[in-house]
Design a protein. Structure first.
Length: 468
């Protein structure tokens, strides 16, 4: 199955442009037989006879057999009569069955999900099989017509449209690969009834304790089916909300706040970190806004308000708090919320205050805040404006320093823009290590706006430098 990495088509989710993925399944190569023999596939399932959900389940089984799994390796676990659907209990029950007794590895996959098992084994056999692995980078949800079309001519390849209506970035959902030993030590919790949150909690707990998740960079294909008549949409929402109340999974996830004044390089840092496959940085409303506007929207619990807007299953997520006015960052509700939710912090600042002011002046006069190169060739910076901004920046930095002094030093890092630019790879690796993320190569993900030296553009630069 050939697919575009999610971040290459992320704009599609928010626009109307269509792309395509190719459903092109391959069988598991016989060179992987030794590894394949050590695997048990656990499928928790619940469906009524004669429904599309039942059809999806049988197609998943047929697809596994076609790919190269043996019937004896596939363990379907259903609730007993009168039992609620409890995914954690069913998976654990399957892992403990006789058929899995001599197996070393567990694949859990939902009864309505397909992936390219041939490609998956080619990928995992390189050594990743020793670590927990997520089976998908996200889902393509087929409609009824697409589902029937694919299976009319299976296993011929088919094009599947990708757009904002049929994609779901649920990286922790749908299935995983894990050693049986680790699963029995850290099983899916059995407190969750129905669908929702059990997979997120499990993935984040494993990540927190072991920090070893790998992720297969292909889409999972979600078979169309109706909702179970005993688990309709209202019940699903209620079940998900109830499960979230049972276990606040936001507290289990790594959370990052970048504390920064304007024009300190936060766009470069935020956008570059966002390319990490296990980290999602939020920007735009309601994220990346000033502390002032956050408190205006929900003054009594600003961070709870932010967390309620987070729509990701990523193991780590983050956003910026950016303002010049120190009275906002120092306000008690915001400080207490930040402390109580176990955030990690990066304080980003700029050592060269003149360059920071120059960037701020050009961006504000041109209303050109990101990516586009500044057009101004020569300009005079207002000294009164500059003096005011310098005072605000210094007060803000002092407020940040005071706030961070109240925290455990392990919770924050202080980074300068100049050091980040001159030692970019080293800085990115340091941040990944700080957040407990696997180290991947991160390249700068932003264009430089100021091509000339500020002294070449700000004609009264000597006057402004005296203010500093």
């Amino acid at each position: 199955m050939i697919s575009r990495p999610f971040r290459q088509i992320e704009n599609v989710i928010y626009g109307d442009v269509n792309h395509t993925a190719i459903f092109n399944p391959t069988k598991i190569d016989t060179k992987h037989n030794d590894l394949l023999e050590k695997v048990a596939v656990i499928i928790p399932a619940k469906f009524d006879k004669g429904t599309a959900r039942e059809t999806a389940y049988h197609r998943v089984i047929d697809f596994l057999l076609w790919s190269g799994f043996k019937d004896s390796q596939i363990i379907t676990v259903k609730p007993l009569k009168g039992e609620d659907f409890n995914k954690g209990e069913l998976i654990t029950r399957g892992v403990k069955r006789k058929a899995a007794k001599d197996k070393n590895y567990i694949i859990q996959v939902d009864a309505d999900i397909f992936t390219n098992w041939g490609g998956f084994f080619d990928w995992i056999a390189g050594g990743k099989y020793k670590n927990p692995c997520l089976l998908f980078m996200g889902f393509l949800r087929l409609d009824r017509e697409q589902t029937e079309e694919i299976f009319k001519t299976f296993p011929e390849s088919k094009e599947i449209p990708i757009n904002k209506h049929n994609t779901l970035r649920a990286r922790c959902a749908g299935g995983f690969w894990i050693t049986k030993e680790l699963y029995l030590k850290e099983p899916v919790k059995e407190v969750f009834v129905g669908w929702g949150c059990e997979d997120i909690e499990f993935a984040n707990r494993i990540h927190k304790n072991f920090k070893q998740w790998e992720r297969f960079n292909e889409w999972g294909i979600h078979h169309w089916h109706e909702f179970d008549r005993r688990m309709n949409l209202d019940n699903l929402k209620h079940s998900t909300q109830r499960n979230k109340e049972k276990l606040d999974w936001n507290k289990l996830r790594q959370k990052l706040v970048i504390l920064c004044p304007r024009r300190s390089g936060s766009n470069l840092l935020e956008r570059s970190l966002d390319t990490h496959p296990d980290l999602e940085m939020f920007h735009g409303e309601p994220f990346g806004v000033t502390a002032c506007s956050i408190e205006t929207k929900e003054n009594t619990a600003p961070i709870n308000w932010i967390l309620s807007k987070v729509k990701t299953d990523a193991n780590t997520f983050g956003f910026r708090l950016m303002d010049h006015d120190p009275t906002h960052i120092a306000r008690e509700p915001l400080l207490e919320q930040l402390k109580n939710h176990n955030f990690n912090f990066i304080r980003l600042h700029r050592e060269n205050l003149f360059n920071q002011l120059s960037s701020f002046w050009l961006a504000s006069t041109e209303q050109n805040w990101i990516d586009k190169e500044y057009e101004t060739q020569k300009t005079v910076m207002c000294p009164i404006w500059a003096e005011k901004q310098v005072k605000l920046i210094r007060k803000y930095q002092a407020a940040n320093t005071e706030f961070l002094s109240q925290l455990d030093p392990k919770q924050y890092r202080v980074i300068s823009y100049e050091n980040m630019v001159s030692n970019f790879e080293e800085t990115m690796n340091e941040i990944q290590d700080f957040l407990g993320l696997r180290i991947v190569s991160i390249s700068p993900n932003k264009k430089k706006q100021m091509k000339k030296e500020p002294e070449e553009i700000i004609t009264n630069f000597e006057e402004i430098k005296k203010l500093l």
